[in-house]
Design a protein around this ligand. Structure first.
Ligand code: ZN
Length: 92
């Protein structure tokens, strides 16, 4: 009878340890998913609100994307590299 109790105790302990491990893993996964979603939301917000392109010089054709910094074509509605919406409002 005592042996059965010991076995039961060990079985329950192992179950509890497994349960704790699973919970820890799940919470880690949730944290990681949340971080990924946050990044996506930030990126989406950046892409949705138009930003003024960066002009290095007054010369046409030397214009940089405000989000990724790569060269973009004049009057493109979006950056062809990162999808950032562009605001050309000040030009004409
Ligand atoms: Zn870009």
């Amino acid at each position: 009878m005592e042996l059965l109790g010991l076995i039961l105790f060990i079985a329950v302990s192992v179950l509890i340890i497994c349960f704790i491990l699973v919970i820890t893993k799940i919470s880690e996964m949730i944290k990681e998913i949340r971080r990924a979603v946050d990044k996506l939301v930030i990126h989406a917000n950046q892409s949705n609100s138009p930003q003024k392109p960066i002009r290095k010089t007054k010369v046409c054709g030397d214009i940089q994307c405000p989000a990724c910094g790569r060269l973009i074509f004049h009057h493109d509605p979006f950056c062809s590299h990162c999808g950032q919406k562009l605001d050309w409002g000040e030009d004409e």
